[in-house]
Design a protein around this ligand. Structure first.
Ligand code: NAP
Ligand code: FMN
Length: 490
């Protein structure tokens, strides 16, 4: 890397090496104490949604931004310059290099080619940049001036060779007077997650760290590798899983193994499916390390009166050490009692996360005040003919992940859904199958999917949905297919 080799070779300070005569020396071994920022407007109480925006030429700031996004569960956005910076552009020894010229020109505003989706949804914006001669690169001003920042809280951070954040963060305020600014902080490229976490916590930002349960980072997915969503328990769960309802014996074992071989890392079973033993066997025989696999099971209402015995039975049948996620299959007598038993198993580490299935707004509203651990997820019937729009919105507003059972309509109904004219047309336009379009539609609306299949080709197809994207228009066309048509009684 040009810059690091120069630093190593020359051992010169940035100030001597790079500043033009008009500049103040920027280099300090210790971070420069920054003057206190001017009082800025307090943001309105908001949703705590977090965005981590950064500019980075040699990926040092990128690394810190990724750690912040991981800690805050925030969305990540890289500022991409319309004209990328070459090594020569960044040469701080050359007084006429592009970076030098830009930093010395108060009017310079390098153009940005990247765009942020739904910027208005975010309350807290972490803003990262490298220090260039003691300042933020001018592209950060371009960024700030291009957006409506009113009501946002901005938290600047930077990386540098040795300079502190100095006044670079204060200078930015002029470009975004309507935002509330936090004092910025400089990090080393190799700063530990612990230090970054302490800093974030010290600011009391009131982040809603589970506010993004309904927005998946699909760009992180690859065919055969689904991204994860962070549950309110702190565990990450893949957003595509294999459903195993009606799979038994070797068919079930082989389907689980085929799914894991195709890259699935989540399997959904239940006491009621009578296949927990086969699911456990498939997991153990797959060759995939246990800790990489996320297994969900469910207690049936006829087990609620004696939940400890039921949980022990699940643990014994699955025989995979711990259960990643246990749900109550339906509301029913003693459901709170059963849930509280699951809470005890969470405390013992035998179950990692707990949630519900077939609970709607009324059931959930009544249930929540009675329990201590908030359900991380609700699993309900959801497909294009039964979309549960209001319910999805409500659950997401509660930080509860929504998962679709019968995503393809369920056995006996798949032909009608897969043959639907609108869906088929969209599928043809993308060179994908109708099943893939439906599953992708779910993910783009923030709904986790667990399609059931015993066909290895279908299994592979169902996790190959990360190489295309439905347009807003196509999403709306599928949304319009909703006809409140339930395919099962619960
Ligand atoms: N919580 C609850 O109350 C509840 C209720 C029902 C289901 N569930 C869960 O949700 C999961 C999903 O539901 P489900 O399996 O019943 O129904 P589903 O996923 O909507 O549909 C499964 C059917 O679709 C077919 N299929 C799968 N992938 C396909 C593809 N790419 N192209 C064409 N056909 C395809 C399967 O046949 P092939 O085998 O031939 O691929 C199977 O017949 C269940 O397995 C279960 O884990 C939960
Ligand atoms: C044009 C330019 C000017 C720089 N000026 C300084 C400086 O004044 N003080 C300093 O400590 N580091 C300076 N650096 C080093 C960068 O701030 C540091 O390498 C930073 O971590 C790079 O971040 P990035 O990899 O995200 O682009 C400069 C680097 C460049 C390219």
């Amino acid at each position: 890397m040009l810059l690091s080799s120069l630093i190593l070779l020359s051992g010169l300070s940035f100030a001597t090496a790079a500043c033009s005569p008009t500049e103040e020396p920027a280099n300090t071994e210790e971070p420069t104490p920054a003057p206190e920022p001017e009082p800025t407007p307090e943001p309105q109480p908001g949703n705590g949604h977090t965005l981590v925006v950064y500019f980075s030429c040699t990926n040092t700031t990128k690394g810190i931004a990724e750690r912040i996004a991981e800690i805050t569960d925030g969305a990540l956005h890289r500022i991409v310059p319309e004209t990328p910076y070459t090594s020569e552009d960044l040469n701080y020894n050359n007084s006429s290099s592009r970076a030098n010229r830009e930093q010395n020109d108060p009017a310079a505003r390098p153009a940005i080619s990247s765009k942020i989706e739904n910027f208005s949804d975010y309350d807290v914006v972490f803003l990262g940049y490298p220090i260039w001669w003691g300042k933020a690169p001018k592209i950060i001003h371009t960024f700030l001036e291009s957006l409506n920042l009113s009501g946002k809280t901005i938290v600047p951070f930077c990386t540098s060779h040795s300079s502190g954040i100095g006044s670079s963060d204060i200078d930015l305020h002029e470009s975004a007077e309507k935002a509330a600014w936090k004092k910025g902080k400089r990090f080393n490229g190799n700063e530990s997650a612990g230090t970054i976490k302490d800093w974030i916590e010290s600011m009391n930002l009131n982040l809603n760290q589970n506010s993004n349960v309904g927005v998946f980072n699909l760009s992180k997915g690859e065919n055969g590798k689904a991204p994860t969503v962070r549950l309110s328990s702190g565990y990450d769960m893949p957003i595509v899983g294999l459903g195993t309802y009606s799979l038994h014996g070797d068919v079930c074992v082989n389907s689980v193994k085929a799914a894991l071989a195709s890259g699935f890392r989540k399997i959904d079973t239940a006491h009621m499916y009578d296949n927990e033993e086969e699911v456990g066997q498939g997991v153990r025989e797959s060759g995939v390390p246990r800790e990489e696999i996320f297994v969900a099971t469910k207690l049936y209402p006829n087990q609620f009166s004696n939940p400890e015995a039921a949980i022990e039975e699940c643990l014994r049948k699955l025989d995979i050490g711990y259960i990643d996620l246990m749900l109550l299959h339906h509301p029913g007598t003693d459901d709170v009692k059963a849930y509280k038993a699951m809470e005890k198993y969470v405390a013992q580490g035998k179950i990692r996360s707990i949630g519900l299935s077939n609970y709607y707004i009324k059931e959930m509203t009544e249930f929540l005040p009675q329990v201590n651990i908030k359900p991380v997820l609700v699993q309900n019937e959801i497909h294009p003919y039964y979309q549960e729009k209001g319910i999805v919105e409500y659950m997401h507003s509660q930080g509860i992940v929504v998962e679709a059972w019968y995503p393809l309509g369920g056995r006996g109904h798949t032909a009608a859904l897969l043959g639907n004219e609108t869906i088929s047309k969209i599928a043809n336009a993308h060179g994908k199958s109708s099943a893939q379009v439906i599953l992708r539609w779910d993910l783009q609306r923030g709904v986790v999917v667990i399609p059931g299949s015993s066909n290895p080709d279908h299994i592979k197809e169902n996790i190959s949905i990360f190489d295309f994207e439905l347009t807003d228009e196509e999403m709306s066309q599928i949304a319009a297919l909703d006809r409140n048509e339930k395919h099962d009684w619960y």
